[in-house]
Design a protein around this ligand. Structure first.
Ligand SMILES: NC(=O)c1ccc[n+]([C@@H]2O[C@H](COP(=O)([O-])OP(=O)(O)OC[C@H]3O[C@@H](n4cnc5c(N)ncnc54)[C@H](OP(=O)(O)O)[C@@H]3O)[C@@H](O)[C@H]2O)c1
Length: 344
């Protein structure tokens, strides 16, 4: 039994970590920190945990040693105290962007400031099992994933692995995102009268997840844009790329099947009939699945790959627990078998 603690426990990704970890047969919850909720029950901010016997929130300063420590802090916070956190637990999984990039220069370029703990960058394995399972196996430290990055990476991975991305042509990805991506801290942009009903382009160029996608897939010409839409949970990536001349639909089937047939959480969705012909985030709410499709415009060689996932799950807490399972030698799918709700 591993004793697991969470730092940043009152946030949205922590709520999902708690939902998963409280059903995990090999895990015991030790401490959950919150500065604003210290001393109060976890259920005060995570009502989905009602009825469970759990410790109250505690102050971050009172963290004791544990076997596994999840960091679910806003960007830039984990790296401030990473020396302390890594002394508290042999296994540390950070959900923020602080340890996703390998290169100090890339970090400074995309995040606009110097990294505060550059010596730790190379010690964290990138936490998307589908691209980095070998490095995660037995690793002590893993980063989280960016939810938009994860959706784009999973859409493109089969094409990249099969050599079906035409050199010299850019890849253009557009991700529609739900409001929980912004975390539990409210802002003017998330105020209900302002956010409700929105279809808003908020990062047409320059989004930081571009660096993560390029690094994970060893690509250099990815262009990412983000649009906020009327969803609480969910991300839908629509990715346009060009294939080498002569590429057929059979080639694409082979590429996607080869990449994903053994993956427990990736499903190829490409139905000829019915309502549910392509991936949809709504169907994935609360699950660790990512659904992926592809379509080939044979006239131009353009492939459009779509990936849907739940930003709080496969895009954050679900992948983090999947990483923990791999790092600790548990069955990779433990506590991640929820298949979603329909209708919802
Ligand atoms: N939301 C998503 O869809 C998503 C997806 C992928 C990755 N992520 C990443 O995951 C991380 C957590 O995201 P989230 O959405 O869960 O954020 P969140 O809802 O804003 O929660 C962040 C938590 O950190 C605590 N906190 C803030 N500053 C702190 C500090 N200096 N020391 C200790 N605790 C502090 C806050 O609680 P108190 O104020 O009560 O202490 C809060 O519980 C972020 O880095 C985010 O980029 C999020």
């Amino acid at each position: 039994m591993k004793r697991v603690s969470i730092v940043g426990g009152s946030g949205y990704t922590a709520g999902e970590l708690l939902r998963l970890l409280t059903q995990h047969p090999h895990v015991e919850l030790a401490q959950v920190t919150s500065r604003s909720q210290a001393g109060r029950p976890l259920q005060r901010v995570h009502p989905q945990l009602r009825g469970l016997s759990l410790p109250n929130f505690c102050e971050p300063a009172s963290l004791a040693p544990a076997d596994v420590l999840f960091l679910a802090l806003p960007h830039g916070e984990a790296m401030r105290e990473i020396d302390r956190y890594t002394k508290l637990a042999p296994t540390v999984i950070d959900l923020s962007a602080d340890f996703r990039l390998n290169s100090v220069d890339e970090y400074a370029q995309w995040y606009g400031a110097a990294h505060l703990a550059p010596q730790w960058l190379s010690k964290f394995a990138y936490g998307l099992p589908e691209v980095n399972r070998a490095a995660l196996t037995g690793a002590s430290h893993a980063s989280g994933v960016g939810c938009n990055a994860a959706a784009v990476i999973l859409a493109l991975l089969p094409l990249q692995r099969a050599g079906l991305l035409l050199a010299g042509r850019p890849i253009v990805a557009e991700v529609k995102t739900g409001s929980s991506e912004g975390g539990a801290q409210e802002s003017a942009a998330t105020h209900h009268p302002v956010r409700s009903g929105v279809v808003r382009s908020y990062a047409p160029v320059g989004h930081r997840h571009t660096a993560e996608i390029q690094q994970a897939l060893s690509l250099t010409d990815v262009h990412l844009s983000l649009t906020a839409v009327e969803l609480v949970r969910g991300a839908l990536a629509t990715v346009h790329a060009f294939t080498p001349p002569g590429t057929t639909e059979q080639d694409l089937w082979r590429a996607y099947r080869n990449a994903y047939q053994a993956e427990p959480f990736i499903r190829i969705v490409r139905e000829a009939h019915g309502l549910y012909r392509r991936p949809e985030p709504k169907l994935l709410a609360g699950t660790n699945f990512a659904d992926v499709s592809f379509d080939l415009d044979a006239r131009t060689g353009r492939v459009v790959s779509v990936c849907a996932l739940d930003n709080l799950m496969k895009g954050a807490a679900g992948s983090a627990v999947q990483c923990m399972n791999i790092m600790c030698g548990f069955d990779e799918t433990t506590a991640l078998d929820f298949r979603g709700l329909h209708p919802v």
